[in-house]
Design a protein around this ligand. Structure first.
Ligand SMILES: C[S@@+](CC[C@H](N)C(=O)[O-])C[C@H]1O[C@@H](n2cnc3c(N)ncnc32)[C@H](O)[C@@H]1O
Length: 273
């Protein structure tokens, strides 16, 4: 079982890699291939899963800047990312929009599993900052409010509604989170800033053998639901017990809705020529 954020991010990395849109990744790779070395910033980089997925799929040479507010995660990322000299890290709270200056001079701005944590205003500022830098963008694995469990339990819909409400109440320093609306909002923000945008589903499809990840998910959802509706604690506890029994019996299948999004500038600004 995952005992820390490092363990959780490591546990989800294979499911993330399997879910991501290969076609959107190829499309954005072709957008940036004229640059060399390609300068990339990864926002909310965690232990570096996004770098490990993208390194072999983007043009080389690459220079990466990994940004996160958690120094321990960045240290872990350095240890797990064997691209000596090509990966720098920066400990920074990305909440204040001024911090987005870090995107200046980058050819690609990327993030994975981050957009659902940020606010609509922050997404507007990110789109404007990317446009000022003339950067392309790739945002993977934004949770979009869907999950489906098999076998179904009658409380699944109610738990999902509570979980989604919890997401929108959370504030990680970016203001009230866009939560499940993040990818749709980002699409609008980047289009308004002068980008072509493409979006595709990148759902986790967790088969019965993904026991640890399913277990963590169910416990996380139950915790979130309990924080939003403490008066429903016994309903939530019953649901959790039955869902975990399905997992332990090897008959649980869970699909979690995610979205990948790419954006590239419509035309070159005068300043970029
Ligand atoms: C769900 S994790 C995703 C990590 C990584 N991108 C991945 O795909 O595994 C979200 C990350 O955002 C970082 N984060 C959250 N709030 C932040 C903030 N205000 N400033 C910088 N990083 C933040 C967390 O420390 C965490 O590493």
């Amino acid at each position: 079982m995952a005992e820390s954020l490092v363990d959780w991010l490591a546990l989800r990395e294979p499911a993330d890699a399997a879910a991501r849109s290969a076609s959107l990744t190829r499309r954005i790779a072709s957008e940036i291939e004229r640059h060399g070395p390609v300068r990339i910033v990864d926002l909310g980089a965690g232990i570096g899963s996004n770098v490990r997925y993208l390194t072999s799929r983007l043009p080389r040479p690459q220079h990466w800047l990994l940004v996160d507010r958690d120094a321990a995660l960045l240290e872990e990322a350095r240890g797990r990312t064997a691209m000596a000299g090509a990966v720098e890290t920066c400990e920074m709270n990305l909440g204040p929009v001024d911090s987005l200056q870090i995107c200046s001079g980058r050819h690609l701005v990327t993030a994975s599993a981050l957009l659902d944590l940020v606010s609509a205003d922050w997404l507007d500022a990110l789109a404007r900052q990317c446009r000022a830098a003339g950067a392309a963008a790739l945002f993977a694995l934004s949770y979009d409010g869907r999950f489906e469990c098999r076998p179904a339990e009658r409380e699944d819909d109610g738990i999902r509604a509570l979980m989604n409400r919890h997401q929108q109440r959370s504030d990680k320093g970016f203001g009230a989170a866009a939560g499940p609306d993040a990818a749709v909002y980002a699409e609008r923000a980047f289009a308004a800033a002068g980008y072509y945008v493409q979006r595709e589903r990148s759902d986790w499809i967790l088969d019965p053998d993904a026991r640890d990840l399913q277990h963590q998910l169910i416990e996380g959802w139950a915790r979130a639901a309990g924080e939003v509706a403490p008066e429903q604690v016994s309903m939530i506890a019953g649901w959790t017990t039955r869902r975990l029994t399905h997992v332990e019996a090897g008959r649980s299948r869970i699909v979690v809705g995610h979205q990948d999004l790419i954006a590239w500038p419509r035309q070159t600004l005068e300043a970029e020529r």
